[in-house]
Design a protein around this ligand. Structure first.
Ligand SMILES: Cc1ncc(COP(=O)(O)O)c(C=O)c1O
Ligand SMILES: N[C@@H](CCCC[NH3+])C(=O)O
Length: 417
């Protein structure tokens, strides 16, 4: 039975053999499905059209920033949510439209602000008063107006992992919603700023709709309050955060999510901006790895694989659970419970614990739901070259990032003279 037949949710529609890809491109290997990315993006876009909402979908580049993926999304009409000058460079290189870019993040440098203004982005999502002053100063020096939204913190519990919750008052993101009117009034006085909207992102991997709706209620109250004070906004950025099924979670799908927001937005003449990352990419990608050795210490069985925490850090960092399955069923062995670990010198280097797998050395495993915050969070720790990335398109596959070589690892470094 092959990998795709075993996919219960048919996330990869292509009839392409993962084992063939692993043989062709080597492991560890990130494999993405073009059809799945397109389907997920269109689910957001179509739901907005159905609801009759004026909208802009700004894919969160941090989820997966490969040029091939950005290019695919740009061709579908997507905008982009960026958090650095580097992400803007990627978007532009991939053919993204700068006028559909929103720039989030608490620590934008003057250089990044200048670059974004030169490119002509849609909006800066401003996260503090100090940042307002900085953006204004850069815009003034360039004799231009900077489009801004204020990221407000509605103090809503997203009910997600504390490391990926962003909308509580003790998180570093945004300004307290109670301070927003004063800060908008301050910004309205500054001649080189152009107030466009309001922004709110309460966290990632949300599996319930209610926190989104609670946050939107608070933001809408602010929008009305601002209008009473003569500050009329042209968009509401609802952020990203829609969760996915890693381990049987049942988050609303993009259609249900957009429909629920739309009920609150009915009758309002305001554009909605979305910043989805995970919902588009997580279940459009897998990480393929080969079993190097099987090892038993006392009662514990380990499958030592050639991918590690440097390739996929989510299990180590957030105790995240991602399904691990055999790429091909091995008829010559029976299932055993393993910790699936990498070669990195850290006890926390695991991809999964207590997984029942029927494997021998040389077999291939696939870590599912690895398309978001997988490759983008990878590193060269332990001087390990980063994996290749491949896009599957029907029966075709394309390398969208080549595997790093040992030489790549030492480029730009110098011994002492
Ligand atoms: C400001 C902002 N927008 C969008 C996203 C994308 O979130 P997600 O991948 O959960 O959709 C994030 C990450 O949490 C974020 O911080
Ligand atoms: N990196 C996180 C999500 C962070 C979202 C960024 N604000 C994850 O893998 O779940």
């Amino acid at each position: 039975m092959d990998f795709f037949q075993r996919q219960q949710q048919h996330l990869f529609a292509e009839q392409c053999q993962v084992a063939d890809l692993a043989r062709q491109y080597g492991t560890p290997l990130y494999v993405y499905s073009k059809a799945t990315i397109e389907r997920h993006y269109r689910a957001f876009a179509d739901a907005n059209k159905t609801a009759g909402l004026e909208h802009l979908i700004c894919y969160a580049v941090k989820a997966s920033s490969n040029l091939g993926i950005l290019n695919l999304l740009a061709r579908l009409g997507s905008g982009f949510d960026i958090v650095s000058g580097g992400e803007l460079a990627r978007v532009l290189k991939a053919g993204g439209d700068a006028s559909k870019v929103v720039f989030s993040g608490v620590g934008k440098t003057s250089e990044e602000i200048r670059y974004a203004l030169q490119a002509g982005i849609h909006c800066f999502n401003v996260e503090s008063e100090a940042e307002i002053a900085r953006i204004h100063a850069v815009a003034e020096a360039m004799q231009t107006k900077a489009p801004i939204s204020l990221r407000v913190n509605p103090d809503v519990d997203a009910g997600t992992h504390p490391y990926i919750s962003t909308g509580l008052k003790d998180n570093k993101f945004g300004v307290p919603i109670s301070e927003a009117l004063r800060i908008y009034q301050l910004a309205a006085q500054l001649p080189y700023l152009d107030i466009q909207g309001v922004d709110c992102h309460i966290g990632s991997q949300l599996t319930e709709i209610q926190p989104f709706l609670d946050a939107l209620d608070r933001v809408l109250m602010l929008v009305d309050h601002l209008a009473e004070h003569g500050i009329v906004l042209s968009h509401i950025d609802v952020g990203g955060g829609l969760g996915v099924d890693y381990q049987g979670e049942q988050p609303p799908n993009p259609t249900e999510y957009v429909a629920a927001l739309a009920t609150k937005l009915q009758g309002r003449d305001i554009k909605v901006v979305y910043e989805p990352g995970r919902a588009i990419m997580a279940n459009a990608g897998i990480l393929v790895t080969e079993v190097e050795f099987l090892k038993t210490n006392e009662d514990k069985h380990f499958a030592i694989v050639d991918a590690a925490m440097n390739d996929l850090i989510r299990p180590a960092l957030y105790q995240a659970w991602q399904e691990i399955i055999e790429v091909e069923r091995n008829p010559h062995t029976s299932a055993q419970v393993y910790d699936v670990v990498g070669p990195v010198c850290e006890t926390g280097d695991f991809l999964g614990k207590d997984r029942s797998l029927a494997i021998v050395a040389g077999d291939l495993l696939a870590v599912r739901s690895a398309g978001a915050y997988g490759f983008t969070m990878s590193s060269n720790y332990n001087s390990r070259p980063r994996a290749a990335e491949v896009m599957v398109d029907g029966a075709q596959s394309y390398v969208i990032r080549e595997r790093e070589t040992f030489d790549d690892l030492i480029k730009g470094e110098h011994c002492l003279p």
